[in-house]
Design a binder for this molecule. Structure first.
Ligand SMILES: Cc1cc2nc3c(=O)[nH]c(=O)nc-3n(C[C@H](O)[C@H](O)[C@H](O)COP(=O)(O)OP(=O)(O)OC[C@H]3O[C@@H](n4cnc5c(N)ncnc54)[C@H](O)[C@@H]3O)c2cc1C
Length: 847
């Protein structure tokens, strides 16, 4: 078969991912698709995979993707004429600690809402299913009848056969040596077939090169942060294990196993993983590493405790191979910074299970512009510029691997490769005992532990002395020793926990919601309600668009009306063709032909790419500006002491003002439902501005405050969060954002906005100590209806609040049940927002 000179799409890599992408592109009707593979098909990582297909994952989208795979694989024999050896034996997932049981119940509850077949068993019931198991320590087991396993190489070949049937041409022994890029767009690939060279023109190229994807990406100057890590499993001699044996995951012992040739295949994760240190991954076909039994010892012993028969059985095979890991353990999918150049890589030991879903998502994304599922968590644009640092990617990936089976508690922070991006005021936050979280590399304050003391109304002093305490610390300890100061803050926090009052303990939410929590969050909310809170939101992503066509082009992609006078701020969404929300942001008209867009910390790269993809010239100015939000009824008094400018300009207006000696753009907006401003200044003034605001605000009872307080207050106001309450799968109409949609202009996605069959509803739980964290199932009339998009405790309204999409027609007063970790808690649908429904506190100047 002759290589063509041009193709509609070139897929690079003949592993399971590349074969699935090619198959799904063809299924969506694309012709002239070619796949190129440097060795024979599957000879990278796929051929030696253990073949497990386990559907239950910690994110909804990953689970949906694997559910799709598990539906597709048994049908492949019929669809493609090649049988991938599907064993639909079902799967058990064991829980041996109360925390793991709680996790299982949460996952089971979430699974119910998207139709994942599963049930919760006792240890004895699990043993009945698989008598080989020792279940003495098993407290519960999840049973997933749709799980199974198959032959990985046959799976890739079946997908390849299906692709070929639909017209895809596959070229093995064909190595990609170059990627041509013209004006930021991919235009073709250069190939080597032995000594022969060839080039193929194409404006769609998909990198599915497994552990070599980073290297292939660099041919076009793009960063695909995959880190090849070694992973190992063993196979025992046969001992009459029935082929009907279900697969087993034992996450507390970080092992998994299944039947193989009458024996058992045992795989395990280890706490001390090793990177495959090579400049040219997958250069050789079928790369395997020497067996490392000392490293596998712990996994083997754990497995032998679970299946005692293993102690009497010999190992006949060890497979130790490379797998592509990523900095956060999530896949890397989507379009790269080069237009038309896509990636599907970094499958972190579940690429086989996910491959069907990966092919579906990638093909929909390429062909239709956006996939059916919300894929932001896997979108390779989620990282910042630091994604090009291999030391950062390696540190993060090793951390992800070593914690692979650990319970992921919402709000719990990872520590690898931190701190990285810091606000100019970071040193002050550290001095004040900030509990930091990380987002897109930014260190952000979750709360100030020093606020956990008595409330201001009880005579407490903000931030254990606020600015004066901060200054005192600076004078005695020196700002250079920030690490030490931060450590000191942590110590203080531990001590503070020890000092928690009875009231604090009673206020701590039950279950998981109370794990990463502090009484400081409440104090910060109350201070913002009664006086003011000062929030560092420097990590906001800030994008600028200018030029004489800026307004016209923005009008086309924004659902809101932007044709307003300079100084106006508009809250708006960017929609896809289906009317789904691709971005949620504010747009400030700085001048006739200049606009600044402010979006979430993690969303800047994504939103900028969406805008560029729709013809806008976007400048990312995130690093140029610090941003502090001063919100609360005393905000006007506080800023008044620092500024001679008129501060009485209206809501959703922006003005250039001076604050002390600092030039500031003040935006009258809020995300907490209190009067005040987002104050932007050039970064180099940031520390000075923070100090000035702290000094001015402290006498008024202002407290420095963090993101957890913001999240509590925004729930009370019903402000939506993109990626949770609103996603590419939801429209503004369903989300209750119809007020932000312009009626008097056309824009992308408008024709898809129809009357909705469901709408986002606010729920108040009967038991205020039961607090949702997102993902909890919701039942209406006893039947599964939905799941919580986001939830939390509202300290100003003293209610446990949750949001969920419910059928249209559901009205305030209707009753539902919410499954909070296995317990069904009654809840009432209420009118929203719960706090200040007329928005008097926002729109009018404080009395
Ligand atoms: C020991 C082990 C056990 C595993 N067990 C499981 C499991 O039970 N279940 C599960 O779901 N997952 C499992 N995995 C993970 C799974 O095998 C991988 O996620 C999956 O195979 C990755 O497929 P891929 O197509 O991305 O990569 P690969 O299979 O590596 O395919 C990439 C292809 O790209 C080709 N390529 C690279 N560079 C070029 C170039 N320049 N030009 C042309 N071609 C190029 C390579 O030759 C290779 O064939 C396991 C992994 C390991 C290591």
């Amino acid at each position: 078969m002759e290589l063509p000179n041009s193709a509609r799409a070139v897929v690079i890599g003949g592993g399971v991912a590349g074969c699935s992408v090619a198959y799904h592109l063809a299924r969506l009707g694309w012709s002239e698709v070619i796949l190129v593979e440097r060795h024979e098909l599957t000879e990278g990582t796929t051929w030696h995979s253990a073949g497990f297909v386990g559907q239950l994952r910690s994110t909804v989208t990953q689970t949906k993707m694997i559910m799709y795979s598990a539906g597709l694989y048994p049908e492949l024999a019929e669809l493609t004429g090649m049988d991938p050896g599907w064993h639909g034996v079902g799967g058990l997932r064991l829980a041996t600690t109360p925390e793991r049981v709680e996790e299982s119940l949460r996952l089971a509850g979430a699974g119910e809402t998207y139709g994942l077949g599963l049930s919760v068993l006792s240890g004895a019931e699990a043993k009945e299913m698989l008598p080989l198991l020792d279940v003495r320590d098993v407290r519960a087991a999840l049973w997933l009848p749709g799980d199974g396993w198959l032959d990985p190489a046959l799976l890739a070949r079946a997908l390849a056969a299906g692709a070929e049937k639909l017209g895809v041409r596959i070229f093995t022994g064909t190595r990609v040596t170059g990627l041509d890029v013209v004006g930021g767009e991919v235009s073709g690939v250069r190939l080597a077939l032995g000594a022969e060279e060839w080039s193929v023109q194409a404006d769609t190229v998909v990198i599915a090169a497994g552990a070599a994807s980073g290297r292939v990406g660099r041919l076009a100057g793009v960063d695909i942060p995959v880190v090849p890590i070694k992973h190992q499993y063993v196979v025992t001699e046969p001992f009459d294990v029935p082929s009907s044996m279900p697969t087993v995951r034992d996450p507390d012992n970080i092992v998994y196993f299944r039947e193989e040739g009458g024996g058992i295949l045992v795989g395990g994760y280890i706490r001390t993983p090793e990177i495959w240190d090579t400049g040219n991954p997958l250069e050789e076909p079928r790369t395997l590493f020497a067996a490392d039994m000392p490293k596998f010892q712990e996994s083997w012993e754990s497995a032998a405790r679970r299946v005692p028969a293993l102690g009497r059985t010999g190992i006949v095979k060890v497979v130790h191979g490379p797998e592509a890991f990523t900095p956060d353990g999530e896949f890397l999918l989507g379009e790269t910074a080069v237009r038309g150049l896509w990636a599907a890589a970094g499958f972190c030991v579940h690429g086989l299970a996910a491959a069907g879903g990966v092919g579906k998502i990638m093909a929909e994304w390429i062909v239709d512009g956006s996939p059916e599922y919300d894929v932001f968590g896997m979108d390779l644009r989620r990282f910042g510029g630091h994604a090009r640092s291999s030391s950062w990617a390696r540190a993060k990936a090793l951390d992800s691997y070593s914690k692979y089976y650990d319970i992921v508690y919402p709000g719990e922070e990872r520590t690898a490769a931190r701190p990285l991006r810091r606000s100019p005021a970071w040193v002050r936050h550290a001095e004040l005992g900030a509990e930091f979280g990380e987002k897109s590399g930014w260190e952000r304050v979750n709360w100030f532990e020093s606020n956990a003391g008595p409330s201001p109304e009880a005579g407490g002093v903000p931030g254990r002395g606020g600015a004066s305490e901060a200054r005192e610390l600076r004078e005695t300890e020196g700002v250079g020793e920030v690490q030490e100061v931060q450590e000191g803050g942590r110590e203080a926090q531990k001590a503070q926990r020890g000092r928690e009052t009875r009231g604090d303990r009673e206020a701590r939410p039950a279950g998981w919601a109370g794990r990463v929590w502090s009484p400081a969050i409440r104090q910060e909310c109350l201070a913002t309600r009664d006086a003011a809170g000062l929030f560092d939101q420097t990590s906001f992503s800030k994008l600028e668009i200018s030029g004489h066509q800026a307004l016209m082009r923005l009008q086309r992609v924004c659902a809101g009306q932007l044709d307003r006078p300079p100084g106006s701020i508009v809250y708006t969404q960017l929609l896809n063709e289906r009317g789904g929300i691709e971005a949620d942001l504010t747009v400030t008209r700085l001048a006739e032909d200049r606009f600044r867009l402010v979006t979430g910390t993690a969303f800047g790269v994504h939103d900028a790419a969406w805008l560029r993809g729709h013809g806008l010239d976007v400048r990312d100015v995130t690093s140029a500006h610090a941003c502090y939000c001063l919100w609360g009824p005393r905000a006007l008094d506080i800023l008044g002491t620092l500024s001679d400018d008129d501060l009485t300009f209206g809501y959703m207006r922006a003005r250039e003002i001076s604050v002390g000696n600092v030039p500031v753009l003040a935006q009258r907006v809020t995300f907490v439902g209190e009067f005040g401003w987002e104050l932007y200044c050039p970064s180099e003034y940031g520390l000075t501005l923070w100090d000035a605001l702290m000094e001015a605000g402290t006498p008024y009872g202002m407290r420095p405050a963090g993101y957890r307080a913001i999240d509590s207050m925004r729930l009370e106001k019903g402000y939506r969060v993109w990626g949770m309450d609103i996603t590419p799968e939801t429209t503004p109409v369903e989300a209750g954002l119809g007020f932000a949609v312009a009626k008097d202009k056309d824009f992308l996605g408008r024709s898809a906005l129809e009357a909705a069959a469901r709408s986002l509803a606010c729920l108040v739980l009967d038991d205020p100590r039961q607090v949702c964290l997102a993902g909890e199932p919701v039942r209406l009339g006893g039947a599964p209806a939905s799941r919580v998009t986001s939830g939390g405790y509202g300290h100003r309204v003293e209610r446990s609040i949750a949001y969920a999409y419910l059928p249209a027609g559901t009205a305030p007063g209707d009753r539902v049940e919410v499954g909070v970790t296995g317990t069904w808690v009654g809840a009432t649908v209420v009118a929203e927002p719960l706090y200040d429904p007329a928005s008097d506190r926002i729109r009018h100047l404080p009395a």
